[in-house]
Ligand binder design. Sequence first.
Ligand SMILES: C[S@@+](CC[C@H](N)C(=O)[O-])C[C@H]1O[C@@H](n2cnc3c(N)ncnc32)[C@H](O)[C@@H]1O
Ligand code: SF4
Length: 490
Amino acid sequence: VKTLDDLPSPYLTGEFDHLPAAAWVREITLETNRGCPYGCTFCDWGSSTLSRLRMFPLDRVVAEMDWAGRRGLRAWVLGDANTGIMSRDVEVIEAMVEVRHRYGVPRNLGFNVAKNTTKHLTAIVDRLTEASIVVHLSLALQSTDEVTLEAVRRTNISTEHYTALAASFRRRALPLQADLMLGLPGQTLDSFTGDLQFLTDHEIPARIWITQLLPNSPMNHPDYRSEYAVVADEHGVVQSTSTFTAEDRHQMMRLRHAYTVFERFGLLRQVSRFVQWDHGVEMTERDPNRYPLLNWVLRYFDYYQTRPFGWRSFYDEVRRFLVDELGIPLSSALDDVLQLQAFLMPAPGRQLPATIGLHHDYVAYVKDNTASLWSSGHSEPIKQPLADYPSATVTVLSDPMGYCNRVEDRSVDPRNETMTDAFWMAGHFELDWPLVAPYPGVNEGMGYRGHLGRTPAGVVEEPEAPDRRDMQEIRLRLGRTASAPPSDDT
Ligand SMILES: C[S@@+](CC[C@H](N)C(=O)[O-])C[C@H]1O[C@@H](n2cnc3c(N)ncnc32)[C@H](O)[C@@H]1O
Ligand code: SF4
């Protein structure tokens, strides 16, 4: 293939014209370019890594977007490896925004973010969110550990740059999450724990992928496998390397489960902040095996996302665990955190909005301890104990995702390590309240409002967004493509 335009577009050649819009039950994928200039060893981007980026002509991309727009297709994905790697990506997004204004779609857009340039990213995400397009993206890290990154031949943006970018996203109330990989050469149990702690400290939700040996990836080359003693099972799932044993991996998998349940679904998110800031204990440190309800969620929550015998009994047991195992003293502050934590969980029959009275202002306490994440981006808790805060109320506003009515959510196949279940990637339980986490989908368009206006007083204003390019040219292109006959299923 000399140029990508030699490949006919299945959308524009009428291949799918006979399909009604309702047949597009999943996302429509659009490609604007192919190839990736990087060479991460775990990756096989269609055997196109370490390759020159080749672009589909912009006119064609715009025409495909118009095709999808006229059909009213709501969920779109960009199949490019590195959206934001070049300025043209901003133009593509501006054309997409025009489509949104014209046809009311797309409503959702997923894309892969360029890993070590962020120049165009905030412009892209700003434009999408302004047009009420819900953005699904992840600021991929895979690891923050230098040894691991060297082993997989990957360079990320610096941690400094990463946390500054996260702060910029936060100030704009944009969604934020990170990708980590479990099972990379160079990785250890300690470095994996460190990655989780880093993301937790920086309030960036993680998606944790399980490393697989992809047939044509550099990691699957015999020389590389022997250099790092890579052992995989019959499905290509990496079980051990020269830096972690099978037992270490087992521990990492348990941590992944605990992280997903306690932090991502949030069953202990508030409790763990309090325990860490006021008592210096990181929750990853202890094994709660002796506690049946904690044990139950650690073993089975991936199958059944339900209340383990009621939230009250669950948090009573958490209290016993904290007091007996971690030596946390009984106090009005501990009472508050446990009561609030239970109050934040979805349960059938809840009437919202609902307000709870606390001895201490928990929301102010968290805002103070995380204020630096909105300015420098570094985690610098001020560590003023919760007990020092005056009484206050907290209101849970609503349940935009309807979690209270889903009596029990079941995952389809959560233990399948080759096809990662949505439970690990996209699961959460958040009701709308002032400290709601910035998951993709938690935004005004979806009905979440609690987090708006969270930027702490005194944080330097975001610089003005760069001037919008003249949209005339893009409108002209859309005008041209709109001359094709509209489908009757729009
Ligand atoms: C489609 S890839 C995104 C690639 C993007 N260009 C980047 O560098 O972040 C999405 C995620 O899949 C995960 N992934 C990539 N290769 C993998 C592999 N061999 N096994 C398991 N997960 C993998 C990574 O966490 C990656 O962030
Ligand atoms: S992981 Fe991303 S950046 Fe790395 S080679 Fe694959 S597509 Fe390129």
